[in-house]
Design a binder for this molecule. Structure first.
Ligand code: SF4
Length: 493
């Protein structure tokens, strides 16, 4: 079975032949998919199911048919019986196999339809379709047309989901045919790689991270230090590999003559000397733009390929939670307010109302990364005219606490070139940490809430809600502490 290739294995081999060899011969070194990768797979399946409705009346070939070969025989029997639409049609030769999302008999013959939850026809998607066509050709099954169905990013949901508008359809037959010659050669190459018992030599390259982060990265990158040239902020990946290939592995190996930016020079020098940079003139100017009362605000949001609410778009960030810390004067203890939407409903209207009630009129609203919070508030204001005036007041009063760190008015070597709050907080306020939280980043918070929406009556949700609240509260408390730290820096001057 070692020289047996599935569609996804062939795609893996096209990214890197060593990755394929490791899968076949040394699987234990591969990192299993994490919760976020699994969520992407699940979303792909969900989108695939919805897409089937555009080809109604088809027959599904169950993925887990037993024994394993039964699904290939079942597909063949459906074709022989004159079935014209098959979902998950499964094909196999002695050395290759693939599953086609939708196989449909159109006026000119069989059409292969690939469904993707992405919003574009990226190279990797076109390769994917071409591989399926290649395998079907090997099987001897004629395909007249190959189609890509991907999510239409401009779709706005009405009262119900208009599936025909949710997808864009592209005829990619010409592109598929164009790729066949190359695939023939690549297939031969990959077979010779996996039938060889020697692990292939392969230098590290951009393919380790693109189009997907390779699941063998922990194994192949074991000798790359935790802080290396690959952590130099603001440098393109191809340039990082150029330096790496010239023997620059760590920041101290970067030649002094290298043409790099001011911020990169700061990152390198600071890592070598341990020195901090504090620009008091700019920090003071920034602090003067802030007045009491201060409302520290943070949202959590979720998004997905299939818009869940009327008026929402694919992959639109939909807020479900906020945390607010309010300080009326520098001598106050901060008061905390929070909101978490009921996963059974659209939380946005209640969240907008709560925001208007909790944030004092004319408060200075401090957020971390204003572009995100501003876009959420603007969309809420457009959606709910009743709250528009108050929401836009909040919007216009936003000041971005990220600015001093993004502009490098404050830079500590521990930030390692980053100005994300997850990098800045431990550098300036080490006593406060996300590390012990069950939910410790926005992506997991978003995924967790999406899961609660799918299973709103899960008894575990009570605990999950507590974890979500703790996470969002820490985001605004972190801002309170960072602001205190900036105040302290200016007072010390
Ligand atoms: S980490 Fe890079 S070199 Fe190693 S298998 Fe993956 S893509 Fe290939």
């Amino acid at each position: 079975m070692r020289h047996f290739l599935s569609k996804s294995q062939m795609a893996k081999g096209l990214q890197c032949e060593k990755a394929l060899w490791l899968l076949k011969h040394k699987k234990s070194v591969l990192t299993p998919p994490d919760i976020m990768q699994q969520a992407l797979f699940d979303q792909g399946h969900e989108v695939g199911k919805v897409a089937q409705e555009l080809y109604p009346g088809g027959t599904l070939v169950p993925f887990d048919m037993s024994p394993f070969n039964a699904k290939f025989d079942y597909t063949q029997s459906l074709i022989n019986d004159g079935v014209t639409t098959i979902y998950e049609a499964s094909f196999k030769t002695q050395h290759l196999m693939c599953i086609v999302d939708i196989l449909h008999k159109g006026p000119d013959g069989w059409e292969l339809i690939e469904v993707k939850s992405t919003t574009s026809d990226k190279e990797v998607v076109l390769d994917d379709i071409a591989i399926q066509y290649f395998i079907l050709t090997q099987v001897g099954f004629p395909i007249a047309k190959t189609n890509l169905m991907h999510i239409n990013r401009d779709y706005v949901r009405g009262k119900s989901l208009e599936i025909a508008d949710l997808f864009k359809h592209l005829d990619v037959t010409a592109d598929t045919l164009e790729r066949q010659e190359k695939l023939k050669t690549e297939y031969q190459r990959l077979v010779s790689v996996i039938t060889d018992y020697n692990e292939p030599e392969k230098p590290l390259g951009q393919y380790c991270l693109s189009p997907y982060t390779c699941d063998a990265k922990a194994y192949c990158w074991a000798n790359i230090p935790a802080y290396s040239i690959f952590n130099l902020a603001g440098m393109k990946l191809d340039q990082k590999f150029e330096w790496y290939n010239k023997g620059v592995l760590t920041l101290d190996q970067m030649p002094e003559t290298a043409q790099i930016t001011e911020n990169q020079t700061l990152q390198i020098n600071s890592s070598l000397t341990g020195e901090k940079k504090i620009n008091l003139v700019e920090i003071n100017r920034f602090m003067q733009s802030i007045h009491y009362p201060i409302a520290y605000l943070d949202f959590e949001s979720f998004q997905g390929a299939i818009p869940p609410f009327e008026g929402s778009r694919p992959y639109q960030q939909l807020p479900f939670q906020h945390s607010i810390h309010i300080m009326n004067s520098p001598f106050d203890q901060p008061s905390h307010f929070e909101y978490l939407g009921d996963p059974k409903t659209d939380p946005r209207k209640d969240l907008a109302k709560d925001l208007c009630n909790k944030i004092p009129k004319d408060a200075c609203v401090l957020v971390y990364n204003a572009a995100f919070e501003k876009s959420i508030i603007k969309e809420l204001a457009d959606l709910y005219p009743k709250y528009e005036e108050k929401l836009m007041k909040i919007h216009d009063n936003i000041v971005d606490l990220m600015l001093p760190f993004k502009e490098k008015w404050v830079y500590y070597p521990e930030m390692k070139g980053s100005y994300s709050i997850k990098a800045v907080l431990p550098a300036l306020v080490p006593e406060l940490s996300y590390e012990n939280l069950e939910i410790n980043n926005g992506a997991i918070a978003s995924h967790t809430y999406s899961q609660m929406r799918k299973h709103p009556d899960n008894p575990e949700n009570k605990n999950t809600i507590a974890h979500l609240l703790s996470y969002c509260e820490l985001d605004t408390l972190a801002m309170v502490k960072l602001f205190e730290k900036l105040t302290q820096l200016t007072n010390e001057s």
